[in-house]
Design a protein around this ligand. Sequence first.
Ligand SMILES: Cc1cc2nc3c(=O)[nH]c(=O)nc-3n(C[C@H](O)[C@H](O)[C@H](O)COP(=O)(O)O)c2cc1C
Length: 236
Amino acid sequence: MSLKVLGILGSPHPFGGSGMLLRCALEAAQREGAQTKLLSVYQGEIKPCQGCIQDEEPHCRFPCIFEDYGKELLLEINEAQVLIFGTPVYWYAPSGLLKNLIDRMTCLENMVAYGEPSYMEGKVVGIITVGADAGLTLAGAYLLTTLNAMGAMVPPWAHAYSRKAKGAIYDDRAVMDAINVGILSVGLAARLKGLPGRLSYLDDPQLLEEIRQKILAQKEAFEKEDGKTKAPESRP
Ligand SMILES: Cc1cc2nc3c(=O)[nH]c(=O)nc-3n(C[C@H](O)[C@H](O)[C@H](O)COP(=O)(O)O)c2cc1C
């Protein structure tokens, strides 16, 4: 059975800078034989964590007390072997909605309080951050540290970043790094299953261009479709 890779987008723009780099990582993961899916934190309501863990009551356990889109995401996260987070940098940090999801993920980790391993254990994580200015590494390091503290594993070259904002897809270094986030995350997850998997950086300008063109074509198709469905008065 192929590895399940879940891409989690923290941007309101499906084809903004972080969305497109995340898609590059997922495309690369798919080419490594993985099954991929992309979900955005903007697709539904994610209620903010209300800190049940403090009550010492048996509430903070998977899949959380709330019946909302956040729960759907938690269920998807639990099913995946690889999680790749793509987020814009909002004030030196991941976007607020993504932070809400991270807080809600406490219920996966807190299974240790019920005599089980953390449900994040054995999962592999990769990170993509996109901004226009500063805070790219801070936001990425925050996510890597936090997810690792929940029990997840980090492959080599696990963080791709660009400060080219919505033009990130034209940032060669960042696109190659994002492709590597996909390949190496799947590589580590495969190794954990005793299968062969790549763990060294791939520098392949031809693959970079191929994947970039594919994502740009997806963006064009999305914008055409979006233009058809949006009422003329709501267009900027
Ligand atoms: C609320 C807000 C805060 C932001 N803070 C930062 C920041 O601290 N550092 C930075 O580099 N860019 C910052 N930006 C710019 C975004 O990261 C940039 O526009 C990015 O392209 C958005 O990603 P997206 O295209 O994937 O949506 C901020 C944008 C917004 C809306």
